[in-house]
Design a protein around this ligand. Structure first.
Ligand code: ZN
Length: 110
């Protein structure tokens, strides 16, 4: 199926569109904001993933970028968030460990 990905020039939203003939291309509009100015995304063209497949593959628990854990403030953030979601009280020692991790002091104790 000739499904191509287009990026909206107005809001940046990328969506897959089925384009069988040139007139289909002319009718394309952003699914988020409705703008008609779309740009074909060539780099992702070969993946042929549908939007639902991409959504299924997306794991919100994963950091969004490689720089995530390079920021000291993000160390232990996931564990903290998870504990919060589960309603667990990890106690002061947990907070202390996080603080040590963030300030790199934890390395001194290894
Ligand atoms: Zn848009």
């Amino acid at each position: 199926m000739p499904i191509y990905e287009y990026e909206c020039k107005a809001c940046g939203f990328i969506s897959g569109h089925l384009v069988l003939k040139p007139s289909d291309r002319a009718k394309l509009a952003c699914r988020r904001c409705g703008a008609k100015k779309l740009r074909k995304v060539m780099s992702r063209f070969a993946t042929h993933k549908t939007e639902s497949q991409r959504l299924a593959d997306f794991d919100p628990a994963k950091p969004t970028g490689g720089t995530f854990y390079k920021d000291d403030r993000n160390i232990g953030l996931w564990a903290q968030k998870r504990a919060q979601q589960l309603g667990l009280d990890m106690g002061d020692s947990f907070q202390e460990t996080l603080e040590k991790g963030r300030s790199k002091k934890i390395l001194d104790n290894l």
